[in-house]
Design a protein around this ligand. Structure first.
Ligand SMILES: Cc1ncc(C[n+]2csc(CCOP(=O)(O)OP(=O)(O)O)c2C)c(N)n1
Ligand SMILES: [Mg+2]
Length: 282
């Protein structure tokens, strides 16, 4: 059954708890970007994409590429929530031989389509996949989530040109615009604004949403044309470390090293929100 927006909100919060569970294992990781993108990743895996955890290599599946690979905990958390692997595996995060390394590895974890982490590669890989699927006559779509801090990588703009030239209407790119990257505000490190206008100039259809608002994410995905010739760029305005009030919108949230007390407080905050959301859904 297709989950409702209210149900997806709960699942996204459960995914946030999965992130904390992973951090309990290593006590360090890329938190901020994982949490800004996690509502989008939840909507994609749990409602939008045609994927089957029991058959992760189905040739007709939709593809997901985490271009900003350091947000890996956000993808792992949702893959666990979607049933791609047992939740206990989350406890191995970042340890030797774990299928959950700091950046996604397609050879270690079902559901991961490419090894990412070197910024600027996800979109070009997504373009190749989208072109290949179309040549095969497949109706599958390719989705990617990029960070706003990876946009200065020139390879993205080669990808943006290719997607437009080859009329890759089966390609959807979310840009997680949380306004921050590793060392500070994107506007200071390398200002890529206006992002939407740049993609539009490259020939893409461009949409703006609040990327932490589940109703907006779902509504936009439902409205996207299925058969158009233009690739879609979704400029998703988000908050880094969304969902943990002490860390939201902060630079140090990029790579968090929590104490056991930090983790306990974070867990309590999310669990309280889940209780509220479940009450509203009842
Ligand atoms: C090619 C490359 N250069 C530098 C890095 C180091 N790095 C890791 S995360 C990051 C910042 C990314 O910022 P953004 O895409 O905005 O991600 P988010 O804000 O979601 O964490 C950088 C520069 C990298 N992974 N790859
Ligand atoms: Mg960012």
């Amino acid at each position: 059954m297709t989950p409702t927006v209210g149900e997806l909100k709960v699942r996204a919060e459960r995914a946030r708890l999965n992130v904390l569970r992973m951090l309990t294992a290593t006590r360090s990781g890329h938190l901020g970007g994982a949490l800004s993108a996690i509502d989008i990743i939840t909507a994609l895996y749990l409602r939008e994409m045609r994927v089957d955890p029991a058959n992760p290599k189905d040739p007709q599946r939709d593809r997901f590429l985490l271009s900003a690979g350091h947000k890996a905990m956000g993808q792992y958390a949702v893959l666990a929530e979607a049933g791609f692997f047992p939740a206990e595996v989350l406890d191995t995060y970042g340890t030797f031989k774990s299928p959950l390394p700091g950046h996604p590895d397609m050879y270690k974890l079902p559901g991961v389509e490419a090894n990412t982490g070197a910024l600027g590669h996800g979109l070009p890989i997504a373009c190749g996949m989208a072109l290949g699927l179309r040549l095969d006559g497949s109706a599958a779509r390719v989705y990617t989530v990029m960070g706003d801090g990876e946009l200065p990588e020139g390879s993205n703009w080669e990808g943006a040109s290719i997607a437009s030239h080859h009329e890759l209407g089966n390609l959807v790119a979310f840009i997680d615009v949380n306004g921050l990257q590793i060392s500070g505000p994107t506007a200071k490190v390398m200002d890529m604004s206006p992002i939407g206008e740049k993609f539009a100039a490259f020939g893409w259809d461009v949409y703006d949403i609040d990327g932490n608002d589940m109703a907006q994410i779902v509504g936009l995905l439902e409205s996207l044309p299925r058969t158009g010739a233009k690739p879609s760029a979704i400029v998703a305005h988000t908050v880094k470390a969304k969902g943990l009030s002490n860390l939201e919108g902060t630079v140090p949230s990029h790579y968090w090293k929590p104490t056991p007390e930090d983790l306990a407080a974070a867990k309590a905050e999310i669990e309280a929100r889940i209780a509220d959301l479940e009450g509203a859904n009842a």
